[in-house]
Design a protein around this ligand. Sequence first.
Ligand code: NAP
Length: 286
Amino acid sequence: MKFSGKTRVLGIIGSPVGHSLSPAMQNAAIDELGIEYVYVPFPVEPDFLGQAVEGLRRLGVWGFNVTIPHKSTIIPFLDKISPEAELCGAVNTVCREGDFLVGYNTDGIGFLASAREDLQYDPRGSSVLLLGAGGAARGAIAALASAGVARIVIANRTGARGLALREMFRAVFPAVEFAVSSLAAAELAGHLPNVDLLVNTTSVGMNGTSFEYFPLSELPDTAKVYDMVYVPAETPLLAEAKGRGLACANGLGMLAGQGASAFKLWTGLDAPCAAMKQKLLEELER
Ligand code: NAP
């Protein structure tokens, strides 16, 4: 890497940020295109978020990602947020636009790009069963509904969170049919036969955890399964779906996709997705 007085600084704020794969992935993209940017981690404690954002603004930092726990709490410190970020109630990418800091959410776009590429999934008119109702679920629902899915069932452990998402998205996307479910096997089994895409947006699957009993046998043979978890690369849900011969993908492509979308917002250039994905695989293998 070569730096000069013109080098543009990008970064990520979070607490912690030491585990983030974004610096390796974004610097690989920068190297691949040979552009004069650098991407660095900025650990920011929650109590100092406002001061940190003001500091980044005054230092002329060109753009940055936002990760846990600041994705929602950063919003009051920004000048403007995109419609997607508004819908998700969360920002994962900030861009300098003139004197303004503008917040975007590229998680949903990254998820859909990955599902299209890794599963050859076409959202138009399709039926989706989505497990979870947290931040990742919101991004996915916004992207799926914008892309023309016909029906989304939101299945969540805490029923009230699923219901709240259904009400919110129903009001914004009246053409999409929204329903809710619990994670109880008997109830899920009733929804699965009509599903084109099953998406896990919960943290179940991380560190080898699994759903108690998931009635996967009820899915049609044409269904595709996407798990946003990428460590381990094959969650118990994906292992079972693969065993059934279903098309499967983990969340690595989503991680690369949200990063590629942020890269484009900051630089105006198409991101070198293959190099970014390759770097992520190398980092995960380490
Ligand atoms: P979040 O807002 O905290 O939501 C967590 C969700 O998981 C909630 O729906 C929660 O249900 C559910 N959940 C947690 N433990 C559960 C359990 N034992 N049984 C059933 N449901 C459980 O988190 P998030 O930001 O949405 O992230 C969720 C997952 O997506 C994480 O694994 C994260 O790593 C992954 N993710 C991946 C990417 C990517 O680029 N691949 C990007 C973003 C997120 P309740 O409402 O009942 O608590």
